[in-house]
Design a protein around this ligand. Structure first.
Ligand SMILES: *[C@@H]1O[C@H](CO)[C@@H](O)[C@H](O)[C@H]1NC(C)=O
Length: 204
C-alpha cells in the first residue's frame, strides 16, 4: 500500500467524526440573520426546503425555526404533576371539538389508552399526543405528511397547547394546584413556549 493511502485511511475516522458532528448554519438571505443551526445534513436540507415553502421565518426570534416536515416526535412537555386519566379525557374532548376545524370533517379524533390521535382527512398523516408521567409527547405519524396537513397541524397544536396551558394554570388560578390535571415547572413552561415558536404562523 502506498504511503498516501495509509495516510488517508488513518484520517478516515476523523473525517467520519467531522461529518456526523459538524453543524450547518442556515442564514436568512434577506437579513443575514441566523435561522437555524442543525447537526445533520438531512435536517439542514429539510429546513431549507421548509423555508422555501413557508417563506423566511426570520421575523420571529433569530433562533426560531419550524418543525421538520417528516414524521417523528415533534416535542415533549415535561410535567411536574399529572393526573393522566383526567388529562387524557380532557384532551380527547378538545380533540373531538377540533374535528371540524377549519372545515367539516377535517379531522377524525380517536381516543387511545395513553392519549389521543387526530387523523387528517387526506390520510397522509396524524398527530398523536401521548400522556404519561414523562410528559405530554406530540408525535407526527405518516410517511409523507401533506402540506395542508402541516399547515392545519400547527393550528391544532396551538389549540391543544392553549388548553394545556389553561389546565396548568388551573383556569386562571381558580383550581387549586393539587386539583389541577397537570402542573409544570419552568422546564415545562419553556417547552410549551418553544413549541409555540415552531408553529407555522396562523394562516386563517
Ligand atoms: C388546512 O386545510 C385546508 C384543506 O382542507 C386548506 O385549504 C388550508 O389551506 C389548510 N391550512 C389552514 C391553515 O387552514
Amino acid at each position: 500500500m502506498s504511503r498516501i493511502v495509509v495516510f488517508l485511511l488513518l484520517l478516515l475516522p476523523q473525517a467520519c467524526a467531522w461529518w456526523t458532528t459538524s453543524s450547518f448554519t442556515y442564514l436568512s438571505r434577506s437579513s443575514g440573520a441566523k435561522l437555524a443551526t442543525t447537526t445533520s445534513p438531512s435536517t439542514f436540507l429539510e429546513q431549507r426546503l421548509q423555508s422555501k415553502i413557508y417563506g423566511d421565518n426570520s421575523e420571529g426570534s433569530s433562533s426560531s425555526r419550524l418543525f421538520p416536515s417528516g414524521p417523528g416526535e415533534l416535542f415533549n412537555v415535561p410535567v411536574k404533576t399529572i393526573k393522566p386519566s383526567g388529562l387524557r379525557l380532557s384532551l380527547a374532548l378538545v380533540a373531538l371539538g377540533l374535528q371540524n376545524t377549519p372545515v367539516q370533517g377535517a379531522w377524525v379524533a380517536q381516543q387511545e389508552d395513553d392519549g389521543v390521535t387526530i387523523f387528517w382527512n387526506d390520510g397522509t398523516a396524524a398527530l398523536n399526543v401521548k400522556i404519561s408521567y414523562l410528559g405530554i409527547l406530540f408525535t407526527r405519524m405518516g410517511e409523507e405528511p401533506s402540506l395542508p396537513y402541516q399547515l392545519n397541524e400547527s393550528n391544532v397544536i396551538r389549540e391543544l397547547l392553549e388548553e394545556i396551558e389553561d389546565f396548568g394554570k388551573g383556569d386562571g388560578g381558580a383550581v387549586e394546584e393539587t386539583n389541577r390535571l397537570v402542573t409544570f415547572d419552568e422546564e415545562g413552561w419553556a417547552a410549551i413556549e418553544n413549541a409555540k415558536g415552531m408553529l407555522i404562523k396562523d394562516a386563517n
